[in-house]
Design a protein around this ligand. Sequence first.
Ligand SMILES: Cc1cc2nc3c(=O)[nH]c(=O)nc-3n(C[C@H](O)[C@H](O)[C@H](O)COP(=O)(O)OP(=O)(O)OC[C@H]3O[C@@H](n4cnc5c(N)ncnc54)[C@H](O)[C@@H]3O)c2cc1C
Length: 469
Amino acid sequence: MVDFIQRLINILGASAVMTDTHETKPYLTDWRGIFQGIALAVVFPKTSAEVQMVVRLCIEHAIAIIPQGGNTNLTGSSTPEPIGQQIVLSLKRLNQIRSVDLENQTMTVEAGCILQHIQEKASDSGFLFPLSLAAEGSCTIGGNLATNAGGINVLRYGNMRDLCLGIEAVTATGDILHSLRGLRKDNTGYDLRNLLIGSEGTLGIITAAVIKLYPAPINRCAALIAVNDYSIMVNLLQELQRKAANELCAFEMMSRASLDLTVQHFPQFANPIFKQSSHTLLIELAEFSTESRSSQILEDVLGKALESEQIEDVLVSTSLTQVKQFWGVREHITLAQAKEVANIKFDISFEISRIGDFITHTCDLLCKSYPGIRIINFGHFGDGNLHFNMCPPIGSDKSFLKTNEAEIHRIVYEQIEKYQGSISAEHGIGQLKRNDLEHHRGPTAYKMMKQIKHALDPQNILNPHKVLL
Ligand SMILES: Cc1cc2nc3c(=O)[nH]c(=O)nc-3n(C[C@H](O)[C@H](O)[C@H](O)COP(=O)(O)OP(=O)(O)OC[C@H]3O[C@@H](n4cnc5c(N)ncnc54)[C@H](O)[C@@H]3O)c2cc1C
């Protein structure tokens, strides 16, 4: 292996090859601290050509490669396994914004660009890059593409897949796929870009992408709504979509337990409205022209709902500072959960009409079997995505979840199947859910996925045993 490491150094320079176990530790553990792995080195290429040379060297030595961006995923997908010979290939230093094309409304960015930097660059150019999630200060666009990230604006702008026009990637056989074009129509054979998006680093290493920019809103308006009934949430969503389809950006739901936990750890976000109902909705409308009537629509729709006693209370923002304050609580739920002794997380999705029944029924089953269990349920209600998580009853320690995790898992997965949902809405499969994928997707879909993996990565060199067993 000395020869292999020396050749890595010859390609990248000594400062881009990290082997000291103290230094490599953060790259070998996942964000939640569940998975730990080993690696011969963590390497930091600065160009696509360097990525290609590293891949070719790894092919020659039969060393696996674990691509890594900001390492913020929640499924262990960028953590190497504790056995085998592999390197972590960090894209962090491949982080240039190559160009901004204002006429085509696109930006060409390298994979290691931090999402927040891309948002800021778009904003400086008078545009919006709409992907937004709580990890945006540290996740990278390459990781966003590899996980097909979702976040809070999917309702209006779609997932990362919908925000990407072109891609550049190093393949598992050491070639470079040059497809960095900003075309909005291109039906020329199989869609390789979309095959790589969401493949979690198992089919290619994304080195750059052409992403879409949108007109920036001139104003934002948000509301917190106290509500007790899921069917009313669906009605409100439909009503707002009818009246302000193009302006409705976010429709988020937070359960009382998720808010209580967040306020307990981050008291600065406390708001009396949280105490008035079993759930609070956070919705946002954006205004794109001075003629926009979105705040008026919001007030009309919510005023009527209040009058007819469908909702308990409502608080409409009066300034951008207040909009940000409203979002603070939503963005801190995951961080509040991370402060608990232990938790189980389900990132799941349903057709919107089935969400209410799933939640009611599954919460019932869990609360009967595990009195005191705290169900931290929140998510992107507008696009059917729930973060349906659990913390042990107050006073219980880590062992509660350890003892009961398998059975809780079985109960929740059975209900997901019953209500025809998905076991992963936006976080992917990684290591966390790889044992469940075949059953969930069925034998034909799973076999096709394995065939694709084998065709594109015959040596199983890219992120082996992630997604697929
Ligand atoms: C507080 C918090 C909130 C979050 N909220 C959301 C949310 O709302 N929506 C959402 O979708 N996710 C969310 N996530 C999950 C996470 O932020 C996303 O999955 C993000 O897209 C991962 O980006 P990353 O750069 O950190 O990738 P990493 O975690 O480093 O990697 C993720 C996967 O992508 C692969 N990969 C990384 N870079 C490349 C590349 N250049 N080429 C090929 N493969 C690559 C890795 O091998 C791995 O399989 C959240 C995470 C946290 C911690």
